[in-house]
Design a protein around this ligand. Structure first.
Ligand code: FAD
Length: 428
């Protein structure tokens, strides 16, 4: 193995939100930073649902709202319980917003550009083959049999974690630890989107679906409005999907697209792209034993730092903010004797004092809750049938409790219902 004759303060692996933000912050603080990305362009390998929460990104990037590739500001939120023919929807609308829709490819690309503008070197189509270490100290990376040295390596490789696995820092991913997401992007005229979803110019909609779209498998579906397209997808817990899904998951997305309650919005649309990706699900078991080693920090999805709230994922702002904190931790270590594991443990301290650990602790019971299949089939069906009894009237009208008792009969006991309500109210 040969050694490249150039040394960096920091090498960051992966130009997703976590890596690009780490590189941005490191370069901004004056560190000689190399950002390596295996994709053709930063962001080309990234995929997500469609909505990002703003505040953490505003804390990191100057003038984020003015400069970042924001498609629409989410002003309308819908949650629908859906079956073959009916859906019951809760809608929330506000003039204020705390989130926006975008393409992750564009946002990651923009973040990587900010890093470059601060002086970081970005190399694309470079796959890191291995973390390089001497005497248990991480000292750089191996790319095609050549070693590139750095004071610190920041691993932002995302959920697949092949490098961490090779270095024996994490175990191979298991199907019960992740969910599988499949998404279609459907081109649709911007004015038509406004008209169909009742939106003003730059306003957006975030819409999640719970019910039989997932064939009874724990998971959900989503629809986000972008500037002139719709992101439409399904997320399934992988272990259950492997056990129970009797068709290709793409078929499920297609069934979702042509569902009579959805298709009416998409008739004029043209499918632009398909993508599929894993999502960290069981954060408690996914999180590596440690996120800091001598000369190494782990950020973003690779570190299991994603919030699953049950009906929505927050990964992008968590990833970016963890990259930001890792850069801060390196700065601390650099000014206090070097990036030893002891000094880099500052990262853990910063995470603990941030919204990231606060939120992960608060929602730590969600994954367990999501394994209850009746949340995805029994309850949505029950809600729809209740709505149907109350809304479809020939002569006699139902009282609410009378209708509820009728639809509940044979489906679920009072005891189970109360236990589930209690659990949902505590965990979500
Ligand atoms: C279906 C789905 C829906 C989602 N919905 C949302 C949502 O609506 N909102 C939200 O906030 N989050 C959402 N997320 C989660 C979010 O996408 C992730 O949490 C976030 O992208 C993680 O960022 P990251 O930088 O850690 O990893 P990634 O975005 O995965 O980036 C990792 C980067 O590392 C590169 N890389 C990997 N290995 C190497 C290597 N060996 N050498 C060089 N480069 C390498 C990859 O090419 C990639 O560019 C969703 C995820 C999925 C899959």
């Amino acid at each position: 193995m040969s050694v490249i004759n150039q040394r960096f303060d920091a090498i960051v692996i992966g130009a997703g939100p976590a890596g690009s933000t780490a590189a941005y912050q490191l370069a901004k603080m004056g560190y000689k930073t190399l950002l390596l990305e295996r994709g053709r362009t930063p962001g080309s390998k990234n995929m997500f649902g469609g909505r990002v929460y703003l505040q953490p990104l505003k804390d990191i990037y100057d003038d984020f709202e003015k400069k970042a590739p924001i498609h629409r500001w989410v002003k309308k939120e819908r949650i629908s319980f859906i079956d073959n023919e009916n859906s019951t929807t809760i809608e929330y609308e506000s003039t204020k917003t705390t989130s926006f829709t975008t393409y992750l490819t564009q946002l990651s690309g923009w973040m990587a550009n900010q890093a470059v503008n601060q002086g970081a070197i970005l190399l694309t189509e470079i796959r890191v083959d291995k973390l390089y270490r001497e005497n248990n100290v991480f000292k750089g990376v191996v790319v095609e049999d050549e070693v590139v040295n750095a004071d610190v390596v920041i691993d932002a490789e995302g959920i697949n974690r092949l490098l961490l696995e090779e270095a024996n820092l994490v175990e191979k991913l298991k199907p019960n630890q992740v969910a599988l997401g499949v998404k279609e992007v459907i081109k649709l005229d911007s004015n038509l989107i406004n008209q169909l979803f009742g939106l003003d110019n730059n306003d957006g909609l975030s819409w999640v679906f719970i019910g039989n779209l997932t064939n009874g498998i724990p998971g959900g579906a989503f629809l986000y409005t972008n500037r002139d397209s719709i992101s439409l997808g399904i997320v399934l817990m992988l272990e259950e999907a492997i056990r129970k899904l009797d068709k290709h998951i793409y078929k499920l997305v297609e069934e979702f697209r042509i569902h009579p309650l959805i298709n009416k919005y998409l008739k004029e649309g043209r499918i632009m792209e398909y993508s599929t990706h894993l999502i960290p699900e069981d954060i408690n078991s996914l999180k590596p034993r440690k996120l800091y080693y001598d000369g190494l920090l782990i950020v973003g999805d690779a570190a299991g730092l994603l919030l699953n709230q049950g009906y929505t994922y927050r990964g992008v702002d968590f990833a970016a903010y963890s990259g930001y904190l890792a850069a801060k931790a390196y700065d601390y270590a650099h000014n206090n004797g070097g990036p030893t594991s002891d000094n880099l443990s500052k990262y853990e301290e910063l995470l603990r004092n941030s919204f990231i650990y606060r939120m992960l602790n608060k929602f730590s019971g969600v994954t367990e809750l999501m394994k209850k299949e009746r949340l995805f089939n029994t309850y949505p069906a029950l809600i729809n049938e209740l709505a149907s009894r109350l809304m479809h009237i020939d002569y006699d009208s139902y009282k609410i409790m009378e209708a509820f008792k009728e639809v509940k009969k044979g489906r679920i006991s009072w005891l189970t219902l109360i236990k589930d309500l209690w659990e949902v109210s505590r965990k979500i």
